[in-house]
Design a protein around this ligand. Structure first.
Ligand SMILES: C[S@@+](CC[C@H](N)C(=O)[O-])C[C@H]1O[C@@H](n2cnc3c(N)ncnc32)[C@H](O)[C@@H]1O
Length: 338
């Protein structure tokens, strides 16, 4: 048996700190799929930068407070994803943007907020789901950011493959870099250990989640990790045995995600969400970990079960219902302070 704690500690250490990464603005090339996002972002920013248009900005945003995370949409803040360069001449002003398009923009923008669970939260999460995870399945993180959950899952549990799906190219590239760093460090740690004791693929290894495995778990790490740059709604999930969603900023997307997951996942597949439950008859709740027990926010674990005819369900009313008057007062104070 190898000393697992010593072996794993530097590996987990090297995937820490992603929250502090420098946000990269989107690039406004002719082929960017983010052109519609950027057009509305520029239209909103133009209103923000002209005091005389603040009333109009508030008036347009107010009907959508239930999908705005915080006060001013994150994409309009200094660290947002909007380039500083001037918009192309053919981009329309806010007056020509429909309410529906603006709402969709706010939902997309909120979903691109970045955050990671802490390593101790992830450790508790993997230990908690361990009884439900059969060796050899495929874990998928939808919205995988810099890859922390995918890499931690590959270290912690005996998945055959852990896959991250991330929309933003620069985050995807950072995840690939972090993965390469982790793999190099794992090779180094194994080489160092081999100088101290005889090792083989069948040497016993206790995984951080408490699962008994062998050293092949780490030797095969390179083939057990993959990252894809894609929109999660366009990725086929049929083979997944666990879908992880750090869904705290996906509130308005939950109904569409539940529909997709119900349509594509096999019976028995697991889904976990944070903050928002997965309200769909094709899923049964296995465990609910209230906020403050496993992580800072609620964590829900579901299993795909039973028949479902594929019919769309009515979207549940938004679980987030701020008081519009209170939100407006906060926004006006923020605008006045600019
Ligand atoms: C809160 S972060 C979570 C990152 C990672 N899952 C973790 O827990 O460390 C959510 C990520 O989802 C990504 N995202 C948002 N919408 C997406 C979409 N439609 N497809 C893929 N990724 C998306 C965001 O860019 C962001 O990196």
């Amino acid at each position: 048996m190898v000393p697992a704690e010593q072996l794993f500690a530097p590996l987990f250490q090297c995937i820490e700190g992603g929250e502090q990464h420098q946000r990269m603005p989107l690039v406004l090339g002719p082929d960017t799929p983010f052109r519609p996002y950027l057009e509305i972002a520029y239209a909103l920013r133009s209103c923000l930068e002209q005091r005389a248009r603040h009333d109009y900005l508030v008036q347009r945003l107010r009907p959508h407070v239930d999908v705005i995370i915080g006060t001013l949409p994150p994409g309009l803040q200094a660290h947002g994803l909007l380039p500083r360069s001037a918009p192309p001449a053919d981009f329309r002003p806010l007056e020509q943007i429909s309410d529906a398009a603006l709402r969709a923009w706010l939902i997309e923008d909120g979903g691109m907020i970045y955050g990671e669970l802490q390593q101790d939260e992830l450790a508790r999460y993997f230990a908690a789901i361990r009884p439900y995870v059969a060796p050899g399945g495929v874990m998928v993180d939808l919205g995988s950011g810099l890859g922390k959950v995918v890499l931690s899952a590959a270290l912690s549990l005996p998945f055959q493959r852990c896959i991250g799906v991330e929309l933003l190219g620069y985050r995807h590239r950072l995840a690939v870099q972090r993965s390469q760093h982790l793999l190099a460090l794992a090779r180094q740690e194994l080489a160092r250990l081999a100088t101290q004791q005889p090792l083989s693929a069948t040497t016993a290894l206790l995984l951080p989640s408490g699962v008994h495995s062998t050293l092949s778990h780490l030797i095969e790490l390179p083939s057990r990790i993959a990252f894809i740059e894609a929109d999660m709604f366009r990725v086929e999930l049929r083979g997944a045995s666990l879908v992880f969603l750090y869904s705290t900023c996906f509130g308005p997307l939950m109904a569409a995600l539940a529909h997709k997951l119900a349509g594509e996942l096999q019976q028995g597949a697991l889904v976990s969400t944070t903050t928002y439950p997965l309200q769909h008859p094709a899923f049964r709740l296995l465990q609910h970990f209230p906020a403050g027990t496993l992580a800072w926010t609620s964590v829900f674990l579901y299993q795909r079960y039973g028949d479902w005819d594929g019919a769309a369900l009515d979207a549940a009313p938004s679980a987030y219902q701020p008081d519009p008057a209170e939100w407006e007062a906060r926004l006006r104070a923020e605008l006045a302070a600019r």
